[in-house]
Design a binder for this molecule. Structure first.
Ligand code: TYM
Length: 336
């Protein structure tokens, strides 16, 4: 990493529970790319976070490598950033245990994502689902993180991480930096194309509401043409009353850099029959080079392995220093 010492640190992660979506790209990865020149950058593939739901082991392995290939293909440079797989750095699990002892049952119970996921997986409300934000706090705090670029749905977890760090610092003195969530101005919550009330999320490949980064141009165009809009015909931003159209405008704005005013003018009098394919084409133009590059990288398993091996080595160096400091503070006898 360049200028490792001087720069502030950005840290973020994505869990490989499914194929990456346009939501994770616009809400997170695109923002990471923009911040890379200014910050030292550490990006994790949060495989340990993935097993709070039942995952097919082969699918988890495939998604993990695919995700790394997409990180690199999106423009993040392995020479300048650290990329690693969470389970390769054992300090995550260890710090998570310590922090769990400084996290309150009440605050974990209030996490929106815990409540949502418990409702969706009523037959599998496991301990991991409940303590998930503690592991996420450990991820962030191990690396002296200054900023955490995430989408809207992760803001609450980053705030909880600050609360846990603050509580620990209050007992043992300054130990952790307090990280700040950084959200993109547009794209922090990309909604489903078929149910614009719901977040676009990683799910099975057949979901018409989610654009996957690995979707072909043809599939992307078909999904946009079928996107839910409303019974008016005008392209106008109104997040309350025109959810579908506003979501498409936000996506279009993210991939073209155009403002909502410019978009309204561009499609004035043109109707959704012109607007929806235009959004689809702009998304295809953005994702095509990324997809092609990711496929090329994925074919080179030796290269991928060298990236995550080196990443784990660098990440472990930083993480072990933090963990030693924490163990000392809480009173664990140093291992000879
Ligand atoms: P995950 O894997 O659900 O999502 C990864 C990132 O993508 C963002 N995102 C979205 N942004 C906008 N619109 C959407 N529809 C959309 N869907 C996803 C998320 O906000 C997130 O930034 N717990 C985390 C992963 C994690 C993590 C961390 C993040 C583990 N450890 C440490 C930051 C720091 C998660 O489940 O994100």
């Amino acid at each position: 990493m360049e200028d490792n010492v001087k720069k502030l640190i950005q840290y973020s992660a994505i869990k490989p529970t499914g194929s990456l979506t346009l939501g994770s790209y616009l809400g997170a990865i695109k923002n990471w790319c923009g911040l890379c020149s200014e910050y030292s950058s550490i990006f994790c593939i949060a495989d340990m976070h993935s097993i709070t739901i039942r995952m097919d082991p082969a699918v988890l392995r495939r998604n993990t490598l695919e995700q790394l290939a997409y990180y690199i293909a999106s423009g993040l440079d392995p020479e300048k950033c650290i990329f690693y797989i969470q389970s390769h750095v054992h300090e995550h699990a260890e710090l998570s245990w310590v922090l769990g002892c400084y996290s309150m049952f009440g605050e974990l119970s209030r996490m929106t994502q815990f409540k949502d996921k418990s409702a969706k997986n009523a037959d599998n409300i496991n301990g991991g689902l409940f303590t998930y934000p503690v592991l996420m706090a450990a991820d962030i705090l191990l690396y002296n993180t200054d900023i955490v670029p995430v989408g809207e749905d992760q803001r609450q977890h980053v705030e909880l991480c600050r609360d846990i760090a603050n509580r620990f610092n209050g007992v043992y003195g300054e130990t952790f930096k307090l990280p700040k969530a950084v959200l993109p101005k547009v794209g922090a919550k990309v909604m489903s194309l078929t149910e614009p009330d719901k977040k676009m999320s990683k799910s099975d490949d057949s979901d018409a509401g989610s654009i996957l980064l690995k979707d072909t141009d043809e599939v992307i165009m078909r999904k946009f043409k079928r996107a839910v809009t409303d019974c008016e015909t005008c392209v106008r931003f109104d997040a309350e009353n025109k959810k579908g159209v506003s979501n498409l405008m936000a996506i279009y704005s993210c991939v073209t850099g155009k403002s909502f005013d410019e978009i309204e003018r561009e499609f004035d009098g043109k109707g959704y029959g012109v607007f929806k394919p235009a959004v689809g084409e702009a998304v295809c133009d953005t994702l095509r080079p990324i997809r092609e590059e990711a496929n090329r990288i994925l074919a080179d398993k030796a290269y991928l392995e060298s990236v995550y091996a080196e990443g784990a080595r660098k990440a472990s160096q930083i993480a072990s220093r933090t963990l030693s400091k924490v163990y000392k503070k809480v009173g664990f006898v140093k291992k000879p």
